[in-house]
Each structure stands twice: as structure tokens, then as C-alpha cells.
Design a protein. Sequence first.
Length: 175
Amino acid sequence: MSERRAKKAAEESRIRMEAWERKWAEEKALRDREKAEEALRLAQEQSEREERERQAVEAANAWWGRLSTQQKKELLAAVTERAWREEKLWITIPDNPLMDPAYAYGVPLYTQGKRSRSLYGIVRPCPSLIGASSRAREEHALVRSAQEAKELQEAGHEGRLTHFDLPEHEQLSMY
């Protein structure tokens, strides 16, 4: 009788073990499936983020592409001259001013003081990107013309806005 009981106990143990192994395999398959779904979701989010960034850079390049190098220099010079004349602030223009995604691809300019450096304003933040940048939307924006100022306001710019009444198109030199 005891041999039979031992066989029965062994069989029950084997059945329980197989059930546990099936359960563990199902749980592992579920975890693997969840990991794969998470990896796919993250890959899709990354792809969407990269596409948004590509579109933002494209929009910013189109916005800045409306100006010649000379017009860009003219605007930056007007900003520094006005800051000094009206506010007695010294603005430093970098040798290679860069668009900053944090400021709707405008160019941030900073004051230079004896002990501090603070943001003076954003030169030409891109109107189509202003809505996605709360920092640019609320900061002092500096643009070439009333038309550019209007474009920013229509796009939702809420901060101080200065335009310099610079010509929209380069003047042709007279011979």
C-alpha cells in the first residue's frame, strides 16, 4: 500500500510541478509580451519626437531663411544699439548666434554685467513654434518689423515685443 501511495504522491507532485511550470511559462510569456509592447511604444514615441523635431527645424530654417546674412547682422546690431541707448545694457552677440529650441528657435541674447548675466530677449522666435515654447511665448521678443511682430502675436506670443522697423527686403545699392 505504501508503494502505491508513494506512486500516487509522486504523480500528484509531477502534475503540480507541470502546472506550476505552465503558469511560470505563461507569466514569462506575458512579461515578454509586455516588454515588447513597451519597447514598441517607446520606439513609436521616439520616432514621433524625432519627426516633430525635424519639422520644427524645418520651420525654423524657413523662418530664418527669409533673411540674408546682412539682414541678420543688421537686426542683431539694432538690438545691441537699442539696449545700450535706451536701457544702458550691454548685450553680447555670440560670434556664431544659434537658434535655441527652448526659445522657439529664436536666438537668446544675454546682458553682460559685472556680476550677472541675464536673458535680455529672444531674437526672432519662430511664430509657428511659439505655441510649443512657454519660455519663448512669455519672454521679450525682438523682431525686424511690424509684420513679424504681428505674426508672433497671432501665434500666441504674450510677452514684451519690440520691432525695429527694418526693411522687409534688402535695399538694392545704387550704381
